[in-house]
Design a protein around this ligand. Sequence first.
Ligand SMILES: NC(=O)C1=CN([C@@H]2O[C@H](COP(=O)(O)OP(=O)(O)OC[C@H]3O[C@@H](n4cnc5c(N)ncnc54)[C@H](OP(=O)(O)O)[C@@H]3O)[C@@H](O)[C@H]2O)C=CC1
Ligand SMILES: Nc1nc(=O)c2c([nH]1)NC[C@@H]1CN(c3ccc(C(=O)N[C@@H](CCC(=O)O)C(=O)O)cc3)C=[N+]21
Ligand SMILES: [Mg+2]
Length: 285
Amino acid sequence: MTIIDGKALSEKTFEEIKETHDELQKKAGRKAGLAVIIVGENPASKIYVRNKIRACEKVGFNSETIRLDESISEENLLLEIEKLNNDDNIDGILVQLPLPKHINELEVINAISAEKDVDGFHTTNIGKMMIGDETGFLPCTPAGVIQMFEEYNIDLEGKDVLVIGQSNIVGKPMTLLLIKKRATVQVCNSKTKNLSEKLQKSDVVVAAAGSPKLVKASDVKEGVVVIDVGINRVDGKLCGDVDFDEVSKKASFITPVPGGVGPMTIAMLIKNTLKSYKQKINKSK
Ligand SMILES: NC(=O)C1=CN([C@@H]2O[C@H](COP(=O)(O)OP(=O)(O)OC[C@H]3O[C@@H](n4cnc5c(N)ncnc54)[C@H](OP(=O)(O)O)[C@@H]3O)[C@@H](O)[C@H]2O)C=CC1
Ligand SMILES: Nc1nc(=O)c2c([nH]1)NC[C@@H]1CN(c3ccc(C(=O)N[C@@H](CCC(=O)O)C(=O)O)cc3)C=[N+]21
Ligand SMILES: [Mg+2]
């Protein structure tokens, strides 16, 4: 049984990015810049934002955090985005989700310049992913999962993969990236019947439901590969959607929480920001 070390893999990615950025920065005369907009106070967002800022420090990017009040109007939020769209020192813009209910998430995401949408959530980038146009940005969490498969030489061709969850930020894009790898994918949601039976038949499981211990040892087959995307807090402790202690006894590969998919998400965000920076400094030459 191998525990997939997302933390170590992310650190390796940061080192590579730092080297490339150090080189490019000399020629470009500026650092890469990532801006994060947070609306209101969200406890889950705090960990994420803190880790993003740390990652920027590690690789030498500028990072800007814009904290806006929960009550901000959509119009004023759009004005903040417009400022960042026009800022030549900013390569990546991320608006932390979810947004308060009075704000239309889709309007806000699509207001971000597609060339700065390092989350890969803009309609243009989703479209590019759908048809395999590699000039866009891939959503960070699914891209991080694919990176894990590649690093651990886990072949997906012909494998039966179960994706649990079909959100726009995880489940759906994960499915697209998996079918590109020629996996046979089944996608589950909260109305899915007989989840346990489906789990039993799966070679690979990607759990992204946001439900602690949703995947139990009795559900999975011997040798299964388990990717746990879930981030839940139970009794003050961080845990995923998988009963790690029990499922790890049957798995061939498994990701821990923390230290699995989360750090890879941050690594892919930094990677997308570097890609944007490269595109922009090449354009302005
Ligand atoms: N590690 C990381 O980097 C990241 C982790 N996360 C975490 O991943 C989890 C999922 O996030 P996100 O996709 O944004 O969540 P959403 O709440 O947007 O989506 C959850 C999905 O899971 C489905 N679902 C919920 N319960 C069940 C169940 N019992 N059986 C089958 N399907 C179920 C829902 O079904 P339906 O469509 O019917 O509602 C929905 O499609 C969360 O814990 C989140 O914190 C998220 C982003 C990044
Ligand atoms: N626009 C937007 N883009 C996102 O990508 C996005 C979002 N909004 N909203 C919230 C979710 C959640 N998410 C996480 C990413 C990393 C960790 C992460 O770093 N996890 C560490 C935590 C370790 C720790 O510091 O305790 C780990 O799992 O090891 C967690 C959660 C991104 N999301
Ligand atoms: Mg909303």
